[in-house]
Ligand binder design. Structure first.
Ligand SMILES: [Zn+2]
Length: 552
């Protein structure tokens, strides 16, 4: 339906695109705006708690249940937006025992509250729903519900909904800016199956209809795509780690048919946690423990229940993304998805346009893990090796308020951006303090990308504004143009944002100490007697272009 709001949204989206990424074409819908913006019907209430109750009906891949939403009233309003994606349907909404009227608009429901909503009060509403949730086409990328069977023919079911949104399987405020302080997840499944969700298992309740209910409690804020269920014929075992914040409970879940390989491969968890606590500070969810859970898809950073489907082998499905060999020394999914506990689950983007906060730092965590166990050169080789995967097709930062993420370059180019920044800071202890400080300063928060950019500039004492503009909001690789003539070096930045002024370490004549250049977009001259060749420090993600070859 093309109503006035719809037209305004299109106009707005059109303007925004032409102002920011003029070379690209995107079409955003009314649904995208309802999903991706902090609407008036969302902003007035603050999530305090969710209780999700969901029952799986394996016979027809259907689910039914409810979400109890407890919230604080920030400002009075009588209309509340709750999201649930088609083909699931909200059946009824109840507040204080009274059924409420609601209006469906695509994947959003606008509930008319009868009770006067008073600022500062905590209220709750129950949203009942049912239907057949969207089946994942290619989880975790094109996600939803995965319904598979193990080798013995038993059900092996899981959810993965990053990007798609949690409202693809349960009613919620499906925008990342707001998280509940805690959550209870109650999943009812047939008696021969076990559910593993986030947080800690509180109880299992047996019913006389052949089912039982698993109650999992998350005592920390959780982002909505982090909530998950995993259902199968699981066995589990436990361990503990003496970590920076004391004793951390570890629990491992694998299909009984994979017990031996899982027990072997999952031994990588402890060294991973040690390395990441060193770089990033304490694991952010000691209260909820750490779990690694086998799934029928590759993996996802589900908070405190990291999911795993990497076939119990090292690398990314057996491959080394960096092409250096270092990527085969560890299990990509254990390292990468667990790295997200710090960058995604502890520090969470408010808007998916800033998804680089999750993926750039977590890509970089792979190199830090490599460095921790195999040395600094190995880590550097890994991150620079991943450059072969950079596309420079679109900016890393996406478009705000329409649920749009930027280029996949947020992984490898993002990692190389951070590696480049580390070179400029030139002090590894300071760099580590910044990474740890971020996890402390933004502990359990949702943030904007700008806050992270400003934090790094502020803590390092170096203004990285132009560097972030270049690598996050532009697709060009900055290029150092130079000439070596008459015992002088002339140099400047080109192919860059205006005012780009990133310092760069270079080496003359292939040997000798590095020299720090401070190029700008204007030509500068440096006396360089006897210099016939220039190379840039390979740790910086830049190009170097000689304009005139020096005579031998
Ligand atoms: Zn990731």
């Amino acid at each position: 339906m093309m109503n006035t709001l719809h037209k305004i949204v299109w106009l707005f989206a059109g303007l925004f695109i032409s102002l920011t990424v003029s070379a690209q074409k995107f079409a955003f819908t009314h649904d995208d705006t309802l999903r991706g913006s902090i609407t008036p019907e969302r902003i007035w209430w603050d999530l305090a708690y969710y209780h999700l109750q969901v029952k799986l009906n394996t016979a027809d891949s259907a689910i039914s249940g409810s979400t109890t939403i407890r919230y604080r009233v920030l400002q009075p309003n009588q209309i509340m937006q709750v999201d649930l994606q088609r083909p699931l349907k909200v059946q009824k909404v109840i507040q204080d025992g009274k059924e409420l009227a609601f209006r469906q608009d695509g994947n959003a429901y606008f509930i008319t509250l009868q009770k006067k909503q008073v600022t500062g009060k905590t209220e709750s509403v129950e949203v009942y729903y049912a239907g057949q949730p969207r089946k994942a086409k290619r989880a975790p990328w094109d996600g939803g519900f995965v319904w598979k069977r193990d080798k013995a023919g038993k059900w092996f079911i899981a959810t993965a909904c990053q990007g798609l949104g949690a409202s693809s399987w349960w009613p919620c405020k499906d925008h990342m800016y707001d998280e509940p302080d805690s959550m209870l997840i109650s999943v009812t499944v047939p008696k021969d199956l076990t559910d593993v969700s986030n947080g800690r298992l509180r109880r299992v309740t047996e019913h006389n209809d052949g089912t039982h209910t698993f109650d999992w409690f998350v005592s920390n804020p959780i982002n909505n795509y982090g909530v998950n269920l995993n259902v199968g014929d699981y066995i589990h075992w436990s361990d503990t780690l003496q970590g920076e914040k004391g004793k951390l409970d570890l629990t491992f879940y694998a299909l009984s048919e994979h017990e031996d390989s899982a027990r072997r491969q999952f031994q990588q968890v402890k060294p991973m946690l040690r390395a990441f606590e060193h770089w990033f500070g304490p694991y952010p969810f000691y209260e909820d423990g750490y779990k690694l859970v086998e799934t029928p898809y590759l993996g996802m950073e589900h908070q405190s229940s990291v999911t795993y489907g990497n076939r119990f082998q090292n690398g990314y499905l057996g491959k080394d993304l960096s092409g250096t060999g270092f990527g085969l020394l560890w299990d990509f999914i254990i390292i990468h998805e667990s790295g997200h506990e710090w960058f995604a689950n502890n520090i969470t983007y408010k808007d998916v346009a800033d998804m680089w906060i999750h993926e750039s730092f977590t890509n970089y965590s792979e190199n830090l893990y490599t460095e921790y166990y195999y040395g600094k050169d190995a880590g550097a080789a890994y991150v620079t090796g991943c450059r072969a995967l950079i596309r420079n097709d679109r900016p890393i930062v996406g478009i705000y308020n329409v649920n749009h993420s930027g280029s996949g370059d947020m992984y490898y180019k993002g990692g190389n951006l951070l590696h480049t920044i580390r070179q400029i800071i030139g002090d590894d202890e300071k760099w580590r303090a910044i990474l740890r400080g971020m996890n402390k300063t933004f502990y359990h928060q949702t943030v904007e990308g700008k806050q992270i950019e400003e934090y790094i500039s502020h803590q390092s004492g170096i203004n990285f504004q132009k560097v972030f503009d270049q690598y996050l909001r532009d697709t060009r690789i900055p290029t150092l143009e130079y000439r070596l003539v008459n015992n002088k070096l002339q140099y400047r930045w080109t192919n860059c944002v205006s005012g780009f002024d990133m310092p760069l370490q270079v080496c003359f004549n292939q040997t000798g100490p590095n020299t720090l250049l401070k190029p700008t977009t204007q030509w500068q001259t440096l006396p360089t007697p006897g210099v016939t060749a220039l190379t840039s420090d390979p740790n910086y993600y830049v190009l170097v272009r000689p304009l005139v070859q020096a005579k031998p």
